[in-house]
Design a protein around this ligand. Sequence first.
Ligand SMILES: [Zn+2]
Length: 424
Amino acid sequence: MRFLIGLPCLFLFGLCAPAQPVSRDAPSPGKRVVIAADTALDGKGGALRKTRIIIEGSKIVAIDPKAKPIDYDLRGLTVLPGWIDAHVHITSSFGKDGKSVGGDGTTHEDAFRHASNAWATLMAGFTTVQSMGSPGELALRNAIANGSLPGPRILTAVGALSGRGEQTGTAEEIRAFVRKQKEAGADLIKIYAAGGFNASEMTLSQEQLNAACDEAKKLGLRTLVHAFREAVRAATLAGCTQIEHGVGATDEDLKIMDEKGTYLDPQAGLLWENYLLNAKKFAGTPFFPKTIEGFAPMKDLPPVSQEFLRRAAKIPGLKIVFGTDALSGMHGRNAEEFIHHVRDCGVDPMAAMISANSLAAEALGMTGQIGSIAPGLDADIIALDGDPRKDITAVRRVAFVMKGGIVYKNAARNAIPVFADIPP
Ligand SMILES: [Zn+2]
């Protein structure tokens, strides 16, 4: 399937007349491509100046300031590794009547919505996402992975372990559930160990958490635990990989997380902003207030989340990864969360970028594949109109998106329009 400057011809059925003559020759699998950049953030905290990135096939093979000829001229933009969102619900959508239909739909229409969410996310510069599990995720992950659909690389939980106290099951039953997820194709295990933001008591015991995270570890799977307050420490002590949300954890809890190398994935604004913006669409759907008025108390939540991230960011060494909890209304707006981190919580802009690049790759166990601009890694490369270190709102202006060596978006001022092919 061919693409021109981000337009999927798939949806245009032959109406995809290029604006200017382009070669009809498909690039061979190992085609050499050179990107020129004035400024390239390497994803690990470094910045390369006046350089060129050489790509062959799906991989970055070299950094060479003298490389020629230039295929993509991204000078004047800020180049960085494709972002990673460590917590999304990629299938969560608004339905025909505009109301939230959640993420569990399995109709043809639902499938198109899911594909559309993936497309929006990729266009926003996110080349990898970790999704928390729904019936459609496996098929979507596989379709993107085999090149049938454009979208970010997806890691999926398939289904989640929802804590319901003793009813959740015995330690042995919980271990069996984890094994079942692995057999179903899960890349990670999602665990709900507490209620919601305002009803945040533990819903799994220490023993149950120990069983879930230990079994996952034995199978080589990571565990992401929805946790507030005391559930944060319990999940950390159970050896789970990453804490989602985490509000209510004490400094002492956060220090224990740091000692154990547990990742923290906090949200600082976009989630609440989205609920308030789309209150009409969420009102009366499962898990949400029945009326728009019922959403009013959510106005008080951003300051609480932001105070938490400010406090967490001061714990030396604590690994804070970028995860938006993207639901309906947020797909393609994931980068807004960076603005909340930097503007509202005092996070250093470079640290914010790292949290969605090399640190997120480490949290996903994919350091050798994504999250940095370096030889040997997948060619996941984006470019922003502006420098996020000076103006964090530059994250809204994604001008170029390459994933695995394929260009999906190319609105760079000096960029040469080039077709890219999705591999068979
Ligand atoms: Zn979530």
